[in-house]
Structures are given as C-alpha cells and as structure tokens.
Design a protein around this ligand. Structure first.
Ligand code: CAA
Length: 379
C-alpha cells in the first residue's frame, strides 16, 4: 500500500499485530463459541494504549492518532472481530469528552478510559430510534440539582461491562434532533441497570445489551457540552466511530482472503489444486484489489482526522466501501471453501457471520449513502 506511514505508525500496527497473534487469535474461536467477553484481553489493550488512541498524552492516552488507530484496529479485527468492535467502541467513547467535555470531566475520566481502568460505551440507539436517532424517546428531566432519566437503550456494545456510558437523551419538548443532550452515566448509579443480552448471528464474543434507566439521577455536572448539543455530539463521535468500523471490516476482509487463499492452495478437485482454476483466481484478484482500495480509503479518512480537517464524507465512504467489501469477500471466501465453509469446522464460517454486522451498525450502508450524497450535493 503506497500510503506514507511514519515509523511510529508502522510500529503501532506491528505492536497490535504481535499482541493479537499471541493473546487474541488463539482464543477467538473459543470466545465466540462460548460467548465469552474477553475482559482480561481488553484490559491488556488498555495497558498497551489501544483504548485511548485519540486521547492526548496529557490525559493519559497514547495520542497515537487516527491512522495508527486504524492500523491497530485492523490487526485486532484480523484476529477477532468481536474484540475489534470492543476496541472501536472504547475509543469512540472518549470522543464526546475529548471534543465537548470540560476540563474537569476530561481530567476525571479520560485517563481512566484510555488506560482501560474504565471501559466506556456509547448509548444512542433505542427500540424506535435506530437510523433516525432524532426519534429517540429517553428523557432526562431537569430537576434542579440533577437530571432524572427514564427510558431504555438497546444494542449497546459491551454495555454489560461498561463503567461509563455516553448517554444521549431528550432534554426538551422538540420531537426531532434539537433537544437532545449528552451525559455521562457511571456504572453503579442508582436507577441504572443492564437488561437483556442479544443473541446475535455473529460477533458473539462482544456483549450487546439493553440499558435501562428508571428514575436514574444524574448529577448536573455530568452534562457533556451544552444542553441541546447531543445530536451534534453523537454525530461527531460517529464520524470517528465509522473509521473504526471500516478498519474492523478491513481486518475481517483480510482474514477471509487469507482463509480462501490457504484453502485454495490445499484443496484438489478434478486432479488439480483449485487455486489453478481461473474462476477461483478471479475471485482472489477481486478480493485483493478491493482490500487495497478499502485500505486507502480508511487511511485517507484517518489522515484527514489527524490533520484536524473535516472527514465526515470520507469516514462514511470508508465505512460503506470497506463493510460492503468485507461481506463480498466473506461470501466468496466461503464459496471457495464449498460445503466445508458452511460447517463450524472452518474459520470462514465465523468470519462470514462477523462481517455481516459491519454494514449495519454505526450507520447502515443506506445511512452512509445519505451522508455522502448530501455532502456531494452541497458542493
Ligand atoms: N458532525 C457534526 N454535526 C452534524 C453531523 C456531523 N457528522 N451530521 C449532522 N450534523 C448536524 C447538522 O449540521 C445539523 O445541524 P443544524 O441543525 O445546526 O443545521 C444537525 O446535526 C442535524 O443534521 P441532519 O439534518 O443531517 O440530521 P438527520 O436527522 O437528517 O440525520 C443521518 C442524518 C445521517 C441520517 C443521521 O441521523 C445518522 O447518522 N443516522 C445513523 C445513526 C447511527 O449511526 N446509529 C448507530 C448507532 S451507534 C452504534 O451502532 C454503536 C455500536 O455500538 C457499534
């Protein structure tokens, strides 16, 4: 890939690869089969600086930046897509505080999030508000010295293990996206509990749960940014999150291609290795080309972010392209495995299930197309 990486960025990628190879990949299949959330490995990622990669060193982060983050996340995803979404959401959960938090909030939480002492999650989605978060219903009522929160969030990545929730709730009468605000809720706050866990198609080592708020009192100082700024805060965090999911998809795509190539070079049919058939070669050529293109889109969006330039459109392009690619690559890699690929004996079965989520969460492919088209048409 001819994107000029610095020595430091390369080193971060290699460090993540080494860690993933030793401490994630050997266990990924077992974690997924047993639905084990790998908390010790996640904590270790915190000590390696992988959970606060955008957090500056003054707040205890690695300050490695978005390009390094994408390289590292790809390596984790190559080993285990479930662990990668944990890493992605943990990093995303630092964004509201980084961009909109006050000094006190930054000092109180960022170091703990970046080190893995606290695991952060992002609570936006509700049963009737997915692609359209402007329709969310959870309420945070101003009660003078605190906010009183009532309602339910769903599909919250590692919500059952999170120590800090970035909560977006309605704080005024507007029924759209104007009266939404962002809050920090700490685990253990009375009235806050974890509800049902989802039984998902893939990413089964990632914990996806419902969060329930019943007369939950949130201190006034836990408002992040200004009242009514919640939609903008959520969208800003999602811009960064989408680069992360694009990187996750890229890591999955690379793993799928690797499995396909390995299998094609071992499997014989009609007296020949199947890698010698043009039908298989063309599939592999398309996989490799798509992976190269997706890699460049991801790095170019991340590079814009590192330069402090707008990157909303590019993040959506990277997420759209990489997630759809991951699904195409997974489909064809499984096809190359034939009937064996449809059994749990082969890794491609897990990878194909894991890839599916990437075109859905943090904005479906359809939402990414809305973001891209609006931006293009604005020009
Ligand atoms: N950055 C900053 N501000 C933004 C923004 C961005 N990226 N996008 C929009 N805004 C601002 C707009 O400028 C506008 O501001 P003004 O009112 O001041 O003009 C305001 O927000 C409203 O913008 P839109 O009119 O564009 O809003 P919309 O209601 O039409 O929604 C949308 C647009 C792109 C569809 C958006 O709703 C969206 O992204 N939806 C998908 C939500 C999503 O990704 N959910 C995933 C859940 S989280 C998850 O999956 C996490 C996980 O655990 C893995």
């Amino acid at each position: 890939m001819s994107f000029h990486l610095t020595a430091e960025q390369k080193m971060v990628g290699l460090m993540a690869r080494d860690f993933a190879k030793k401490e994630i990949e050997p266990f990924a299949s077992k974690w997924e089969k047993e639905e084990t959330f790998p908390l010790p490995a996640v904590k270790k990622m915190g000590t390696l600086g992988l959970l606060g990669m955008m957090v500056p060193t003054e707040y205890g982060g690695s300050g490695a930046g978005a390009v390094s983050y994408c390289l590292a996340l790809q390596e984790i995803a190559y080993a285990c897509a479930s662990t990668a979404v944990t890493m992605s959401v943990a990093n995303l959960s630092t964004e509201p505080l980084l961009k909109f938090g006050n000094q006190e909030q930054k000092e109180k939480y960022l170091t703990r999030l970046a080190s893995g002492e606290m695991l952060g999650c992002f609570a936006l989605t509700e049963p009737s508000a997915g692609s359209d978060p402007g329709g969310l219903q959870i309420k945070a009522e101003d009660k003078g010295d605190h906010y009183l929160v009532n309602g339910t969030k769903i599909f919250i990545t590692h919500g059952g293990y999170a120590d800090l929730v970035n909560l977006i709730a309605r704080t005024g009468p507007d029924k759209g996206n104007k009266d939404l605000s962002a809050f920090i809720v700490e685990k253990g706050t009375p009235g806050f509990s974890v509800g049902a866990k989802e039984d998902k198609l893939g990413l089964r080592a990632s914990n996806t749960v419902e969060l329930i708020f019943e007369d939950c009192k949130i201190p006034k100082e836990n408002l992040v940014g200004r009242l009514g700024q919640g939609f903008k805060i959520a969208m800003t965090a999602l811009d960064s999150g989408r680069i992360g999911i694009a990187s996750q998809a890229l890591g999955i795509a690379r793993a799928c291609m690797n499995e396909a190539v390995r299998y094609a070079k071992e499997r014989k049919q009609f007296g020949r290795l199947i890698s010698s058939f043009q039908a298989i070669q063309w599939m592999i050529a398309d996989m490799a080309t798509g992976i190269e293109a997706a890699g460049l889109l991801v790095l170019s969006a991340a590079d814009l972010k590192d330069q402090g330039l707008p990157f909303t459109r590019e993040a959506s392009m990277a997420k759209l392209f990489a997630s759809e690619l991951a699904n195409r690559v997974a489909y064809n890699a499984l096809q190359i495995h034939g009937g064996y690929g449809y059994t749990k004996e082969f890794k491609i079965e897990r990878l194909a299930r894991d890839a599916r989520a990437t075109t859905i969460y943090e904005g479906t492919s359809e939402v990414q197309r809305i973001v891209i088209a609006r931006d293009v048409l604005k020009d």
